[in-house]
Design a protein around this ligand. Structure first.
Ligand code: ZN
Length: 184
């Protein structure tokens, strides 16, 4: 998993920015002001990065994300937000699957975006999620806002990922079991 995504989800600014911040507070700058500067730089750095990665598209405003007062990241939620987990493209890249295709529909590429937005096999849990968070459509730009709105919405996202990612993990395990043993 790229460090940047880990940093973002954990709400921890990159080490080199923290080093600058520490220097500034030793120099007498107030802690809160130094952190504000760090967050601003971190946000700028992300925005100037080329090729917006999945996590970046989901978690746009770092300050808002890091200041949230609710919302622990379950392992399922982390998989959805990073795209690293039981998705075809990731499993294929890491040598665990022969192809990146979706095992739940006809799509040639299964990634977090496919799972969240496009996979027809996930329509039922998606409908339940939309009803729970009061959104008519799901898209990357509103994900963070709806998760941060209140504890109930965060829980709805957790329930959704537990069901969808849980099912994918389960079917991945089934496939592993059916593979002929490579050793012996
Ligand atoms: Zn699919």
């Amino acid at each position: 998993m790229p460090h940047t995504a880990v940093n973002v989800l954990a709400g921890t600014p990159p080490v080199n920015l923290l080093a600058v911040e520490r220097k500034a507070t030793h120099g007498g700058l107030k802690k809160s002001e130094a952190r504000d500067a760090t967050m601003k730089q971190w946000q700028q750095r992300r925005e100037s990065a080329t090729g917006k990665r999945w996590t970046q598209r989901l978690v746009g405003d770092l300050k808002q994300w890091c200041k949230r007062t609710h919302g622990d990241l379950s392992c399922h939620l982390t998989q959805l937000l990073t795209g690293h987990g039981c998705f075809g493209t990731y499993l294929h890249k890491t040598g665990k699957e022969a192809t990146p295709s979706c095992h739940h529909c006809e799509a040639a590429d299964d990634d977090a975006e496919h799972t969240l937005l496009h996979c027809p096999a996930k329509d039922a849990p998606k409908e339940a999620l939309k009803a729970a968070i009061g959104e008519e459509t799901l898209w990357t730009g509103t994900l963070m806002g709806s998760m941060l709105r209140d504890r109930g919405s965060w829980t709805a996202w957790e329930t959704f990922t537990a069901s969808v990612i849980g099912e994918k993990l389960q079917s991945e395990r089934e496939r592993r079991r059916q593979e002929p043993a490579s050793e012996s």
